[in-house]
Design a protein around this ligand. Structure first.
Ligand SMILES: Cc1cc2nc3c(=O)[nH]c(=O)nc-3n(C[C@H](O)[C@H](O)[C@H](O)COP(=O)(O)OP(=O)(O)OC[C@H]3O[C@@H](n4cnc5c(N)ncnc54)[C@H](O)[C@@H]3O)c2cc1C
Length: 385
């Protein structure tokens, strides 16, 4: 089966690591809604989560395309990188906009696996996709900022030591642009918990360690601000583009998992005295899913190349995420149909992956918002909002 062959050694090593965490491991976690601590530890110890950290800070200093290869293989194996992928993309903000002192303070410890930077807090109940309307507020108080507000659907906060937080430091209406007046902070969750930060878990369709956050006079040192005051939105955009490209790579992994599982089952399963895969009604949807997957994979690669070259990659990151999330969903649907009743049985892992991959048409950015970005930025169509 044709597939991208970038970083073949990394892919093979990740596949070997994932083989130690088979379907039964993920099914148990899913049933019990537990965090894959052992899997994340294994990835950390093997150095995969610090792959983007420069060598001078103890990481591997590899490009985003290498991180994409890691996450794609994780997902292709049947595992789920949602438990730890943020450690890769939050780097976009800290690496590109953190001060030298901040990088020295945090990056070596993260690379060594002593500190976890797994949480990225942007979304709020009152603002939804319109990030410029976030209401969480940080007000300067001596050497600190006092943070008040609320975030929703923030993943992995119970399994992270640090969190990248976006808060308003100036009113939306007072700013020249609506996206001005927001700032980024690196919050030490170990100090914050119980001292102004409350975490409440949210139960979701899949095992994703999602939470709601409440800030009540949380003190964050001013030294923990990343980038300039009021310029936080631009700082998180780098992280967000990396996030979209990495998650698109995960979707490619999901899609390949579904296509390979569907083709394997269609070759083996015999009904009416022959393999079901001999029927074109069964094989054509699998072939179509494969074609869609390969096309989307090409866009993911293109977005990663642009990002790694330091060029504007916003539209490509968005297009990659849209195409890959839809390819994964279509492949999942085909995989279930190919498996007949067995597609719904938990022990085949198909229904779990199907639930897991559905998320990526909504988060980290929903399909409609991507279409709107492309329509207005690439095609110069009038803005509707
Ligand atoms: C499991 C999970 C994990 C998440 N993890 C994180 C995280 O770690 N950190 C974080 O900050 N956020 C996280 N999110 C939040 C996620 O990024 C948001 O849910 C997503 O961006 C959509 O925002 P919303 O839910 O408020 O939807 P809304 O903005 O309320 O949108 C609802 C629907 O309306 C559509 N819509 C809205 N406005 C328009 C428009 N103008 N035109 C057309 N359609 C429109 C949207 O496309 C969407 O389909 C997570 C979400 C989930 C479910």
């Amino acid at each position: 089966m044709a597939q991208a062959q970038s970083y073949p050694e990394i892919r093979a090593a990740v596949a070997d690591l994932c083989a130690n965490f088979g379907g039964a491991y993920w099914r148990d976690l899913d049933r019990e809604r537990r965090y894959p601590t052992e899997f994340v530890r294994a990835l950390t110890e093997a150095g995969y989560l610090s792959i983007l950290i420069p060598e001078s800070y103890g990481g591997s200093g590899l490009p985003l395309a290498a991180a994409c290869a890691v996450l794609e293989e994780v997902h292709r194996s049947g595992a789920n990188g949602g438990a730890c992928h943020a450690q890769m993309y939050t780097m976009g903000t800290l690496l590109r906009h953190g001060s030298e002192a901040q990088k020295q303070q945090y990056l070596p410890a993260i690379a060594a696996g002593e500190l976890r930077l797994q949480a990225f807090a942007v979304t709020e109940p009152g603002s939804g996709t319109d990030t410029s309307r976030i209401r969480t507020r940080a007000i300067r108080d001596g050497d600190d900022y006092l943070v008040n507000g609320q975030k929703v659907f923030i993943s992995r906060t119970e399994h992270s030591d640090l969190m990248v937080l976006l808060a308003r430091t100036a009113d939306r209406e007072a700013a020249a642009k609506h996206t001005d007046g927001m700032s980024v902070f690196l919050v030490d969750m170990r100090e914050a918990l119980g001292n102004g930060l409350t975490i409440r878990p949210i139960e979701t369709m899949m095992n994703h360690a999602s939470t709601e956050l409440f800030f009540d006079d949380l003190r964050v040192p001013a030294a923990n601000m990343i980038g300039p005051e009021g310029g936080g939105f631009r700082c998180i955009l780098d992280g967000m583009n990396a996030e979209r490209i990495l998650i698109a790579a995960e979707c490619i992994g999901d899609a390949r998992f579904f296509v390979e599982r569907a083709a394997g089952y269609a070759r083996e399963r015999e009904v009416f005295g022959r393999p079901i895969g001999a029927n074109q009604g069964v094989q054509f949807p699998i072939a179509r899913a494969h074609i869609q997957t390969e096309a989307a994979a090409g866009m993911v690669e293109r977005a990663a190349v642009l990002y790694d070259a330091g060029e504007a990659a916003g539209s490509e990151a968005n297009m990659a995420k849209l195409l890959a999330s839809e390819a994964a969903w279509a492949a999942g649907d085909t995989c279930i149909q190919t498996h007949g009743g067995y597609g719904f049985a938990a022990e085949y892992d198909v229904e779990r992956k199907f639930r897991e991959t559905r998320l990526y048409q909504v988060a980290p950015i929903s399909t409609n918002l991507i279409l709107s970005h492309v329509a207005t930025r690439e095609l110069d169509l009038p803005r509707s909002f």
